[in-house]
Design a protein around this ligand. Sequence first.
Ligand code: FES
Length: 108
Amino acid sequence: MPFIPVAKIEDIPVGERKRFDIEGKRITVFNIGGELFAILDTCPHKKTAPLVRGFLDGNAIRCPNHGYRFDLRTGVCDIGERWNTQVFEVKVEAGEILVDAESVETTD
Ligand code: FES
């Protein structure tokens, strides 16, 4: 699947995050220290909580509901692999953030 432009780099400054609808998926892009990460926004636990409202914990996001922790590089959940989620490739070209809505294989 191709990379799709979603925003200008200045739209997500360091420490910020923003949610997008990309190819029918809700995906949140995080800027952590200048590095970008993209993860499926809907927490896989109860399938209601938006990770865009979660809490950063290193290179991971903690769900705002029950605190499950998801690695932003791999989608791996700290509670168990049945809760692993999808992450996506993200890159910057000519000042634009691009996301590939086909998820990366989750790796433990
Ligand atoms: S809904 Fe996210 S941890 Fe429960």
